[in-house]
Write a protein that binds this ligand. Structure first.
Ligand code: UD1
Ligand code: CA
Length: 454
């Protein structure tokens, strides 16, 4: 890794009009994380010594999000959108006081990998004054073209609107990511004018200025998918698809089996252990960890939950925030768990709502059990002791504690604590009338015949 100090400047001042959204564009999520978050994560993964973020006026949300993700970031406001060079200039106080490399990233380009940034830095280490991340565009329309020599030297970047017919044939395009190792980048920015088709200050003009000063410019290539920029919700979905494919790939390389990977959705922070099997149609919201050997059956939805070693969950299970399953826990179909810990070997195999509390080791929760945790004003806890057995269709009205090894008779509404080892039942005594059914049938058959006669 390069020894030169690195500052990364993230441009996030764009209005993002085409998103048609009240949320600033860079706050839209990919894999459950704002695009801005992905780019700041990349800056950190690239061991940036300083991070600067350029936002537009009235973008306090973006500023605060940037500071929450990268607390040391320096945030600058670009007053008017006069072009990418003008945007970078907004960060001039940072740039002018920085001795070292500067890399410019766009906050709406969330899929770049740390490896690629490392290659840009290696290119600077090898003597380039500016290194531009380029890609071969399937459709180069709208992109700046990289004008190169046969030996790969970069001469200039020509914006689409300023390009000649000949230059428009070029498919090698500018991703927007540029790395600089120049003595006075602020001075370079000052020399950029706006005499071009758009009347904007183009950062891309820096290439020719640096070369005129005797610096060398180089291109580093990457796949087009990595530099996909998001302008509309259609591209947001494209970015999501690329992100998901990467994650699925990584999870499998890390030792999990995905039977139908294209149907499993991960978040940026999902952690999946080894020898985990995931059946089709599973959605991992933010903050989910799955330990080794767990099995996730089809059609589950998880969010801020933990699944312990060897646990089996689903099909059709929902783990909500604060669900914590210990080793070898079993959660079956149509079971919802929220803010509750299931200790080792406990089970809720069918149709249950378990919210707020704790289920002891090896306890068994029967079908149809509801933890009545909410009285319309407050949430209360249900605590189930080790080895307790809760019969089917029981309502446990919290706050309530069921002692170790206790039994709850099916269909009970339990609102008082149950001591260890007891049986608690809450139901009317069953009545039985011998021979009643036969008499009833005879009577009704006669009645029906009479009615038919009229
Ligand atoms: C830019 C590049 C082009 C490249 C393309 C890749 C320039 C002149 N052109 O073109 O070579 O192929 O990106 O997508 O750099 N921004 C600001 N303030 C501004 C203008 C832009 O913060 O005043 C930010 C935007 O939010 C965006 C990024 O800079 O994140 C790029 O701006 P945009 O106007 O989309 O540049 P392009 O014309 O697409
Ligand atoms: Ca753009």
């Amino acid at each position: 890794m390069s020894a030169t100090p690195l500052m990364i400047v993230v441009l996030a001042a764009g209005k993002g009009t085409r998103m048609k959204s009240s949320l600033p564009k860079v706050m839209h999520p990919v894999g459950g994380r704002a695009m801005l978050g992905h780019v700041l994560d990349l800056a950190r993964a690239s061991a940036a010594d300083r991070i600067a973020v350029v936002v537009g006026p009235d973008m306090d949300d973006v500023k605060n999000a940037a500071l929450a993700i990268a607390p040391g970031a320096e945030v600058y406001v670009q007053k008017d959108q006069l072009g990418t060079a003008d945007a970078l200039k907004a960060a001039n106080p940072a740039i002018a006081s920085h001795q070292g490399d500067v890399i410019v990233l766009y906050a709406d380009t969330p899929l770049i990998e740390a490896d690629t940034i490392a290659r840009l830095r290696a290119t600077l280490d090898a003597g380039a004054a500016v290194a531009v991340l380029g890609f071969d565009a399937a459709d180069p329309d709208g992109y700046g073209r990289l004008l190169t020599e046969a030996d790969g030297t970069l001469n200039a970047i020509r914006e689409h609107k300023d390009a000649s017919a000949y230059e428009l044939q070029i498919r090698l395009c500018n991703s927007g990511v540029m790395a600089f190792r120049v003595p006075d980048l602020a001075g370079v920015l000052d020399r950029i004018g706006n005499a071009n088709a758009k009347g904007e200050y183009y950062l891309t003009d820096a290439v020719e200025i640096v070369r005129a000063d005797g610096g060398r410019a180089a291109v580093v290539r990457c796949p087009e998918t990595e530099v996909l920029g998001v302008n509309s919700r259609v591209e947001l979905a494209e970015a999501e698809a690329i992100f998901q494919n990467r994650r699925r790939h990584q999870v499998m390389l890390d030792g999990a089996t995905l039977i139908a990977p294209e149907t499993v959705w991960f978040s940026y922070d999902t952690v999946i252990g080894r020898d985990v099997t995931i059946q089709p149609n599973v959605y991992f919201g933010q903050g989910v960890t799955v330990e080794d050997g767990a099995e996730i059956l089809a059609n589950c939805h998880f969010e801020r939950a933990h699944i312990g070693k060897g646990a089996r969950v689903g099909p059709f299970a929902r783990l909500r925030p604060g669900a914590k399953l210990g080793p070898d826990v079993r959660i079956g179909n149509f079971v919802e768990v929220k803010n509750l810990e299931m200790l080792e070997g406990s089970k809720a195999n069918h149709l249950a709502y378990l919210g707020d509390g704790q289920v002891g080791p090896k306890a068994n929760i029967g079908a149809g059990t509801i933890f009545c945790n909410y009285d319309g004003f407050f949430k209360h806890k249900t605590i189930i002791g080790a080895g307790a057995f809760v019969g089917s269709n029981s309502s446990l009205v919290a706050p309530v504690t069921i002692g170790e090894g206790a039994y709850i008779g099916s269909g009970s509404v339990i609102s008082k604590d149950v001591s260890p080892g007891s049986l608690a039942l809450e139901r009317a005594t069953q009545e039985e009338r011998p021979g009643w059914a036969e008499k009833f049938r005879i009577m009704m058959t006669k009645r029906k015949a009479a009615a038919a006669k009229g």
